[in-house]
Design a protein around this ligand. Structure first.
Ligand code: NAP
Length: 252
């Protein structure tokens, strides 16, 4: 029932993890996909190659999404390749441990810049592209950390909580232009981001014990709900924070 043929999507952080699965899922639904990545050129190029081999149209653009110039470059590259941008997934992010009493300005700033400034810049570029056309779908990636907080990751949790507020604010602001704005809030997902902590079997078992569904999410578990939000099936879903956490955080 989902057909995105002829639609164009930008996915930031598309080289690895959740973003990579999102790019694959959107492409398999027919969308042209432009992925943004920071430094991992090999991963980005291998995905583009894979998607093209599968018959999809895909490009990759390198840059730091916390910098305006990089975001403009990503949107320009996508528009040059495919034309109008229909779907934007603001997914790029980092998760780095720092206790509050020793957190440096640089640690705080790096996380807020990468997670929150990036979301602002991506949403602004998306709005500027979509408002004149009176159509678009923006999906942000928050986290359970933004809903319940997370010890030793206060900067990360603050950035993800702010993304929830940003999502609701932009839904209220952009709905009149037929631009739907939603977010997903994943719990633990198996990606490079969590590989270190999950390599400790005791930690991993403790995480699983707190997930009613009894397993940690795969990137594909998050990509499916993002595809839904990007699709016509979600035509009246707007300002929603869609929990993708196996039941670990039960909040509406
Ligand atoms: P990941 O595997 O570490 O991948 C991160 C992606 O973001 C990579 O594509 C990376 O590019 C890109 N990136 C990082 N910093 C960037 C920057 N400054 N500019 C542009 N791109 C940048 O992470 P993930 O687990 O898939 O997480 C994706 C999103 O989901 C993040 O926002 C994260 O906070 C959120 N999330 C993750 C989990 C989880 O358990 N994994 C849970 C909840 C929410 P390179 O490949 O070039 O480095």
């Amino acid at each position: 029932m989902i057909d995105l043929t002829g639609r164009t999507a930008i996915v930031t952080g598309g080289s690895r993890g959740i973003g990579r699965a999102v790019a694959r899922t959107l492409a398999s639904a027919g969308a042209n996909v432009a992925i943004g990545y920071h430094a991992n050129q090999r991963a980005a190029e291998s995905l583009v190659e894979e998607l093209r081999m599968a018959g999809a149209h895909a490009i990759a653009s390198a840059g730091d999404t916390s910098r305006r110039q990089s975001v403009e470059h990503l949107f320009e590259a996508a528009a040059a390749a495919f034309g109008a941008i229909d779907i934007v997934v603001a997914n790029a992010g980092i998760w780095r441990r720092a206790a509050i009493e020793s957190m440096t300005d640089e640690q705080w700033g790096e996380t807020i810049d990468t997670n929150l400034d990036s979301a602002f810049l991506i949403c602004q570029a998306a709005a500027r592209e979509m408002i004149p056309r009176r159509e678009g779908r923006i999906i942000l990636v928050s986290s359970t950390a933004g809903q319940r907080g997370e010890p030793y990751y206060s900067h990360y949790a603050a950035s993800k909580g702010a993304i929830i507020a940003l999502t609701k604010s932009l839904a209220a602001e952009l709905g009149r232009y037929n631009i739907r704005v939603n977010a997903v809030a994943p719990g633990w997902v198996i990606t490079d981001m969590t590989a270190d902590v999950m390599s400790d079997p005791g930690f991993r078992d403790a995480v699983i014990r707190h997930i009613p569904l009894g397993r940690i999410a795969t990137p594909e578990d998050v990509a499916g709900p993002i595809l839904f939000l990007a699709s016509q099936l979600a035509n009246h879903v707007h300002g929603e924070i869609l929990n993708v956490n196996g039941g670990s955080v039960l909040c509406g």
